[in-house]
Design a protein around this ligand. Structure first.
Ligand code: PDD
Length: 277
């Protein structure tokens, strides 16, 4: 497994960063996670677009897209994995601790590449169970920052209660997204997912699923819905780079639909796999 550290590639164990990196002290950084299928990076362009948007959202000085892309491709080719997961993190830079920052700091770019251990096949076949949690995250969840403490605590709560994931719910009971995934429900043959607002991450997999719906004439509605609609949906699934399309068959102890993985979830999982392979 390899790491990239500001231009150099080395074994992960050899890569270290200064303790006054603002990512370490303030969570002042953004990231991406990109997967490959059969030796090809999936939707690299869309990930680069989002990384640029995230950096702009935090007023980072821009880094030429071609330079980031070349570094990603170089690391990917050096590692030579068919099924790789690449983590890219860009922090504002290294400086003595101070809430205010010097706008001319040099961003620090680190990456790691590892082989992806495919999720156990039975999860996609049988679905997972989940809990809902209050969304206590900040107001700019559309920026992919490395401040993931609320996500991490929610995921751990789900695991400690014997479930696989947690779903964030707003104070008004609006269903937002998973801890590292977007969420879709199916009702009467139609799909519904949260619209793109500052309260959710614009997922690349979400975008791919919406494309597949349009290509196959499936009705997809980007609108708000509450926990009531979630509990009474015919099907629920999560989408993400790691998650792919993950059926959720039980939420807060209630069965979704008949408790089995639904036909549209299955169809979209197959559709995503086809797109990627
Ligand atoms: N997480 N919502 C949140 C909060 C996420 O963290 C992620 C991805 C997604 C799905 O986005 P995408 O389809 O682009 O992967 C939605 C990545 C995988 C992570 O944290 O590692």
């Amino acid at each position: 497994d390899l790491a990239y550290l500001n231009g150099d590639i080395m074994p992960i164990e050899k890569a270290t960063v200064p303790i006054e990196d603002r990512g370490y002290q303030f969570g002042d950084g953004v990231y991406e996670y990109i997967a490959s299928y059969a030796g090809r990076l999936f939707m690299l362009g869309a990930h680069l677009d989002r990384l640029e948007r995230s950096m702009g959202g935090l007023d980072f000085p821009p880094i030429p897209r071609s330079r980031i892309k070349a570094a990603i491709v170089d690391l990917f080719e050096r590692a030579g994995y068919d099924r790789a997961g690449i983590y890219i993190q860009i922090t504002r830079g290294v400086a003595p601790r101070n809430h205010a920052f010097d706008p001319t700091l040099s961003p620090q770019v680190v990456m790691t590449i590892r082989q992806i251990n495919a999720l156990p096949e039975n999860l996609h076949r049988d679905g997972i169970t989940a809990i809902t949690v209050r969304d206590i995250r900040w107001g700019r969840c559309d920026i992919k920052t490395i401040q993931l403490l609320a996500n991490s605590l929610a995921k751990q709560k789900a695991l400690s209660e014997g479930h696989s994931d947690a779903i964030f719910i707003s104070d008004q009971n609006v269903v937002r997204e998973g801890t590292s995934s977007n969420l879709f429900i199916v009702k009467g043959g139609q799909l519904i997912t949260h619209p793109l607002t500052p309260n959710i991450l614009p997922g690349i997999t979400r975008m791919a699923i919406i494309d597949i719906c349009r290509e196959t004439d499936l009705k997809i509605d980007e609108s708000f819905f509450t926990t009531d609609a979630l509990y009474h949906a015919d099907e629920v699934f999560l989408t993400g780079t790691v998650t792919e399309v993950m059926p959720v068959t039980q939420i807060d102890g209630r069965c979704i639909g008949d408790g089995n993985v639904g036909p549209l979830t299955r169809k979209l999982y197959d559709g995503l796999r086809q797109k990627a392979l």
